[in-house]
Design a protein around this ligand. Structure first.
Ligand code: ZN
Length: 305
């Protein structure tokens, strides 16, 4: 599956995005959940999504199957001033190489937060230490794709390193779209019980177990959530958000605990859908400012310039 030319229809669909953050008086957007991958892995991930229709019960055509350069340029057009380059491993012996690639990518790409990952394997603590020394500012693990428990003893030292260094880790911890024995609130709660200071960012607001993950975010001062795919028509039909939790979402957002995430470019709809979905919640402009820029700016020390 090769890259495609930029689709003008998608560019047009995203054209309102700068007006969104300009109206809020923000310097731009900060998106903690963006993927950039080495070409071979990127092809495999796109193949997986595009064949995942039967798995998740929905068609999942990746809308931004463009070159890295075209996707970086598009983030620039949208005004995404800070973004991650999340990669993750599905087997041992992969993570260290991925880190080399994503850290190089960040060095060459203005606005990109140096990003890294790990896998339960004997070398993990060593290469995570090196990645942090090399400037990694955000990590990512995917408990469903990785197929490991967050409490795997091979990771105990790694979580401790991240907690000590205060480097956040985006964790795909929820059951959506396909649950395993290692996903859901319980394994994640067991991790936090061992590492209560871990600066974890729960991807997708923990969908579909929003309530239980909100409880954890309220209980642990360093646990945050990202909005990735939530409130888009696409995710709403899969795992709808319970209206009763909106007041808590507002509270958590105003407390700096909800961060904009998009899953760009692996999304089956235009980027603008993510922002429209957040705005439609009607939680107020202060909430949108916190979620779309300020909370990430505080966490990562971003400045308006
Ligand atoms: Zn993702």
């Amino acid at each position: 599956m090769s890259v495609e030319a930029v689709d003008p229809a998608i560019v047009a669909a995203d054209a309102p995005v700068p007006r969104f953050w300009q109206r809020l008086g923000l310097p731009g957007l900060a998106d903690v959940h963006v993927h950039f991958l080495p070409p071979r892995l990127r092809r495999r991930v796109w193949e997986y999504f595009e064949s995942a229709g039967p798995l998740v019960g929905l068609e999942w055509p990746v809308r931004y199957r463009w070159s890295d350069a075209d996707r970086v340029a598009h983030l620039g057009r949208l005004g995404v001033r800070a973004f991650s380059a999340l990669a993750y491993a599905h087997r041992p012996g992969m993570a260290e190489q991925l880190n080399r690639w994503t850290l190089d990518f960040a060095r060459a790409t203005p606005g990109c937060l140096p990003s890294a990952t790990f896998f339960p394997e004997p070398e993990a603590a060593r290469y995570v230490t090196e990645a942090i020394a090399d400037g990694a500012r955000v990590f990512k693990v995917h408990l469903q794709v990785g197929g490991f428990a967050p409490t795997d003893p091979a990771l105990d030292e790694v979580w401790g390193l991240l907690a000590d260094a205060g480097v956040p880790v985006v964790v795909h911890a929820g059951h959506a779209p396909v649950g395993t024995e290692h996903t859901g609130p319980d394994p994640f709660a067991a991790l936090l019980a061992r590492h209560p200071r871990l600066p974890a960012i729960v991807a997708h607001l923990g969908a579909p177990d929003y309530r239980a993950f909100f409880d954890l975010a309220q209980r642990y001062p360093h646990v945050r959530l990202d909005t990735t795919m939530a409130f888009t028509p696409f995710l709403d039909q899969l795992v709808p958000f319970p209206a009763a939790e909106l007041p808590r979402l507002r509270e958590l957002g105003l407390a700096g605990k909800v961060l904009l995430g998009s899953d760009f470019p692996n999304i089956p709809y235009p980027y603008a859908d993510q922002l429209t979905g957040l705005a439609r919640l009607d939680l107020g402009d202060d909430w949108l400012r916190a979620v779309c820029w300020q909370s990430a700016a505080d966490l990562f020390g971003l400045t308006a310039s």
